[in-house]
Design a protein around this ligand. Structure first.
Ligand code: ZN
Length: 245
């Protein structure tokens, strides 16, 4: 999907160029020649017809294309000053503390889930509102039991810390990598591992709380059978889950 947005930008800019080019052609080429060659009556009807056709094309093609691509680009963040940034530009970053906190809690909770479900992970996504993990298994997973398991590990207040191990150490312990499709980034000679004391140990570059107690009330909101060999578990905050009824 990385090639998609440049195409949208291209369509947006090309649409504008064709429209403005059309206006220029009418004004600079068609009008003077119509003035020179046609008697006033015919000139007027030609210009009316050209104007009508231009208006139809404008509202049927140009306006919808510019609106759709423009709104899509604005929503995607490809319009605006940030799109003009160049490598080396100095920036001030501001962290949205509440959003970061939600990510830390949910992300750390996915580690607890990994510890509770003894199957490889073949998909993962985390937002500030929910997290999902796909486990490679045909076994059913129990929503209430998993929520209870997470609550127990949160109540036990396990310290969470990260450290670095060498790539050689990781090679010697391939079972540390729980994810089937994603391998930790290589090439620095070291890999960051996240340890929840007595619970979970795996390579991770994510953001975490310092103690499982800080996760608070995170529950399993849904367990889905995505395919014969995939069980999807969705985590959310208990407050929000209760609010949805
Ligand atoms: Zn992590």
């Amino acid at each position: 999907m990385t090639d998609f947005w440049p195409l949208v930008v291209f369509a947006h800019v090309l649409g504008a160029i064709i429209w403005v080019g059309g206006q220029l052609t009418v004004t600079a080429v068609l009008l003077p020649e119509a003035h020179r060659l046609l008697p006033p009556g015919e000139r007027a009807s030609l210009l009316r017809a050209v104007g009508r056709r231009f208006a139809v094309l404008t509202f049927a093609l140009f306006v919808p294309l510019q609106l759709v691509t423009g709104v899509a680009l604005a929503a995607h963040g490809s319009l605006g000053w940030s799109a003009l940034l160049r490598p080396g530009d100095e920036l001030t970053a501001r962290i949205d503390a509440a959003r970061r906190r939600a990510h830390m809690r949910l992300h750390t909770a996915t580690h607890l889930l990994c510890a509770l479900v003894p199957h490889p992970v073949d998909g993962c996504s985390i937002t500030a509102a929910h997290a999902r993990l796909d486990f490679h298994t045909a076994e059913p997973l129990d929503k209430a039991a998993l929520s209870a398991g997470i609550a127990r590990l949160v109540a036990e207040a396990h310290p969470v810390r990260h450290r670095w191990i060498s790539e050689a150490e990781l090679d010697a312990n391939p079972q540390l990598v729980r994810s089937m499709s994603v391998q930790p980034p290589r090439g620095q000679g070291r890999v960051r591992v996240l340890e929840i004391e007595g619970v979970d140990l795996q390579p991770c570059g994510g953001t975490h709380v310092a103690n499982t107690a800080e996760i608070g009330t995170v529950v399993v909101t849904k367990v889905e059978k995505k395919s014969a060999m995939t069980r999807r578990v969705i985590l959310g905050f208990a407050e929000a889950a209760a609010g949805r009824g």
